[in-house]
Design a protein around this ligand. Structure first.
Ligand code: HOZ
Length: 440
């Protein structure tokens, strides 16, 4: 590894690296939200990570509430995962031919997510959502799609409109470079707005290939679809022959073993989506994602069906080993109960501490995923999330960063707790926030 010359010990190595990076990599980062553009300051360059922590280029330790934006549900460097990856690595990196591990991972996914009868492995959440969309269009021979404002489904052209996550942070309703033709079939509705949903189906229902949604939206911080809204999404899709696609890239194996769909199935009798996009946790930190659904729909994919989809690194042997080891750990008894309890304690602790200082604050969590807002009550849609006092959020972010607590550097992103986070980590986080709230 080459090191930059540092002439004074006062110069942060994060700053040095950021300057170097900016000369070569647009914005100095390989994914925009990492750049700290919304919150200001210098991104932390990660040197190494273990358990619930990572250390930056200056050797400072942080309690990590991003966990690679979701995948690290076991924390960093879990021994069972390291072992599986090391063994897989010795057998070869990539073959471009099928392996037994892909079959094993498919078996695990099908076992854990009842709506999925068949699955295809891909390399990123963007690819999973893009492929699910193409398959839905192929399966229905229709073009129009519904997406919701604030939901982010990766950076496929047709879905890159009024999206949350990095796009929201940069204040763009949609990206430059997306031709109007690419989004002409994309109907964008307000999340949790029943009247708009009814009206849209009444007008376009018979032309709709699918409705794609994040059931718990982690790209406008943390906003749940209400049960009546979800019920109507399902009913209307069934009535008009459109496919209901759940983007569970964030929520899959994160909010519950069966994903967010298992939670809605507990509340809505017989509920299941038609297709699901998965990512993050199923790769355990390696580039792996998937999309799946009923056998009838999935068999429309090449090489059996007419919908083309492919990838050189799809089902990569090391990534599948990492994902399999991760999925085996999360199935251990009590895993989600303990994770959910720890995450709840974080959110209730922060809320109580803010309220003690008279600061408006509310939060929500499910399993190991959480969000919080500087509001009195939880928002239900993107327009409300957009009214957040972002300078106050940014001050909170930096105060926490100084104290070694790493939250997402953007108010539109959910946070993640891993099984490696201890009660002491949560307590230290709440203590750090208490100081900030007291001075607010
Ligand atoms: N799209 C991710 C946040 N929702 C960001 C991924 C990254 O920057 O690593």
């Amino acid at each position: 590894m080459t090191t930059s010359p540092i002439t004074s010990s006062n110069i942060s190595r994060n700053d040095v690296l950021f300057e170097r990076a900016k000369k070569l990599i647009p914005g100095g980062v390989n994914s925009p939200v990492r750049a700290f553009k919304a919150v200001g300051g210098t991104p932390r360059f990660v040197q190494r990570a273990q358990g619930a922590y990572f250390w930056d280029a200056d050797g400072k330790r942080y309690i990590d509430y991003i966990g690679s934006w979701g995948p690290m549900i076991l924390g960093h460097g879990h021994p069972a995962v390291i072992d599986a990856v090391q063994k897989a690595m010795m057998d070869g990196f990539s073959f471009g031919a099928p392996t037994e591990r892909e079959v094993e991972l498919a078996e695990e996914i099908v076992k854990l997510v009842p709506s999925i009868e068949m699955v295809r492995l891909v390399s990123s959440g963007t690819e999973a959502a893009m492929s699910a969309l193409r398959l839905a269009r192929g399966a229905t021979s229709r073009s129009k799609i519904i997406k919701f404002e604030g939901c982010y489904h990766g950076h496929t052209d047709a879905l890159l409109v009024k999206a949350g996550s990095g796009l929201a942070t940069f204040g763009n309703p949609t990206s430059a470079g997306v031709p109007p033709e690419a989004v002409q079939h994309t109907l964008v509705l307000e999340y949790n707005n029943l009247a708009q949903l009814e009206e849209c189906f009444a007008l376009h229902g018979k032309e709709l290939a699918c409705l794609m949604m994040e059931p718990i939206c982690g790209n406008m911080n943390f906003v749940r679809a209400t049960v009546p809204f979800m019920t109507r999404c399902r009913e209307l899709c069934t009535q008009y022959g459109a496919l209901l696609i759940f983007d569970e890239v964030m929520t899959g194996f994160r909010v519950a073993l069966g994903g967010a769909q298992s939670l809605y199935a507990e509340l809505i009798p017989g509920f299941k989506p038609d297709m699901t996009a998965l990512g993050k946790v199923i790769g355990g930190g390696m580039p792996l994602a998937a999309f799946g659904g009923s056998k009838a729909v999935m068999e429309m994919l090449a090489p059996i069906g007419a919908v083309y989809q492919a990838g050189t690194l799809s089902g990569n042997p090391i990534a599948t080993a990492c994902g399999l080891a991760t999925l085996r750990e999360v199935q251990k008894p009590g895993f989600y109960e303990a994770l959910g309890e720890r995450t709840r304690r974080l959110v209730t602790g922060l809320t109580a501490s803010a309220h003690k200082s008279g600061v408006k604050f509310c939060g929500d969590s499910q399993g190991g995923m959480f969000g919080f807002f500087l509001f009195d009550e939880l928002p239900q849609n993107y327009a409300k999330v957009m009214t957040t006092d972002s300078p106050a959020f940014n001050r909170f972010f930096h105060a926490m960063l100084d104290k070694g607590v790493y939250y997402a550097p953007a108010l539109y992103e959910a946070g993640f707790v891993s099984s490696a986070h201890t009660a002491a980590d949560v307590e230290a986080t709440v203590d750090a926030a208490t100081h900030f709230f007291a001075g607010m």
